[in-house]
Design a protein around this ligand. Structure first.
Ligand SMILES: C[S@@+](CC[C@H](N)C(=O)[O-])C[C@H]1O[C@@H](n2cnc3c(N)ncnc32)[C@H](O)[C@@H]1O
Length: 317
């Protein structure tokens, strides 16, 4: 049984499929509205179709429009992602979030505790959702520099045909991501989270999941969400060599990095097409297949919540 400290414990056998089937069944509606009994059995499991573990897009838009200030009530807050997002993004707001389900409130409270561990904001990148919809993630997927894990956890949940390995050099990021995986009950072997550096040249000082010879050539897909543009020239070389070693021939690398069209001061390095192609080209064993305009989503109070980037689809030859 899983228990978040208060509220009704969840039956351990409860599955995503069972919860989705219950919501899709005719029994879900009584007199034209969801049955309270059914709703309270499902809410706060972290598995219901509306429990997406991130703020809704319209909530992010309302934040950008400055709609939240003063005392804000989230009426029926569920597992709390909208309320937590507003509270973090709008320092001028005090958010009260209520729900009839003690389990929902316990879940939201546990997440609030986790988020006090960092000043970063939990976001799932739009380009990752697009890549999921295009069916880009299957087989062994490496999230290189996973941060606090939202992209990796989303892929692991949305793509049952993928096994995701998510690594970050920061142990705190990995601890955060691991705790979130626990809250989402994602401990079934679909995701591996490890502290590891992809620029460490000495394998013996490196986590086995990315350094042992047994891991060479075993990944089908690598996701780089805002990691490449963090590296200096020397680390870029080490990083590209690690990815080349880990990907199988024909495997795909998706790199979303900030472009030179972003002219505001500060932030990570801008990466021009020429610069990217100087690292990833036929001579170095890669072919850049597609270059698309993209965005990087940011904290809504930083640069208006997003910046200009390019998404590169790169194949290992
Ligand atoms: C800008 S953050 C992006 C995080 C995440 N991918 C996202 O989209 O939210 C870059 C991440 O790369 C990680 N990182 C930096 N150097 C690394 C290295 N050598 N090996 C693995 N991860 C690294 C950082 O700790 C940080 O979490």
């Amino acid at each position: 049984m899983l228990d978040f400290g208060s509220g009704e414990p969840l039956p351990a056998a409860l599955t995503l499929e069972a919860v989705h089937a219950a919501v899709a069944s005719e029994r879900y509606h009584v007199l034209g509205a969801p049955s309270t009994k059914m709703l309270t059995r499902i809410s706060g499991t972290g598995l219901a179709p509306w429990e997406i573990h991130r703020p809704q897009k319209f909530v992010r838009d309302l934040v950008l429009r400055g709609c939240f200030s003063g005392r804000v009530l989230d009426a029926g807050c569920g597992i709390g992602d909208n309320a937590l997002f507003i509270a973090k993004a709008c320092p001028q707001a005090h958010v009260t979030a209520v729900d009839v389900s003690p389990r929902c409130v316990a879940f939201a409270t546990a997440k609030a505790g986790l988020r006090r561990m960092t000043s970063g904001l939990i976001t799932l990148e739009k380009f990752v959702r697009d890549l999921v919809l295009r069916g880009c993630f299957s087989g062994r997927v490496l999230d290189a520099g996973c941060g606090i894990g939202d992209n990796a956890l989303f892929i692991a949940k949305a793509c049952p045909q993928a096994h995701v390995t998510a690594v970050d050099v920061s142990p705190r990021c990995v601890a955060f991501a691991t705790a979130k995986a626990g809250l989402r009950r994602m401990t079934s072997g679909l995701i591996t989270l490890e502290t590891a550096s992809l620029t460490e040249p000495e394998p013996e000082r490196q986590a086995a999941c990315v350094s042992s010879p047994a891991s060479d050539g075993t990944f089908d897909v690598v996701l780089d969400s805002s990691t490449f543009h963090c590296f200096c020239d020397a680390d870029r070389e080490l990083y590209a060599a690690s990815l080349r070693r880990l990907l199988r021939p024909g495997g795909k690398l998706f790199v979303n990095c900030m472009s030179e069209a972003e002219t505001r001061p500060g932030g990570p390095r801008r990466v021009s097409v020429a610069e990217l192609l100087s690292m990833f080209n036929r001579q170095s064993g890669w072919e850049v297949e597609v270059i698309e305009d993209s965005v990087i989503e940011l904290h809504p109070t930083f640069w208006g919540g997003q910046t200009v980037s390019r998404l590169y689809t790169v194949r290992k030859l």
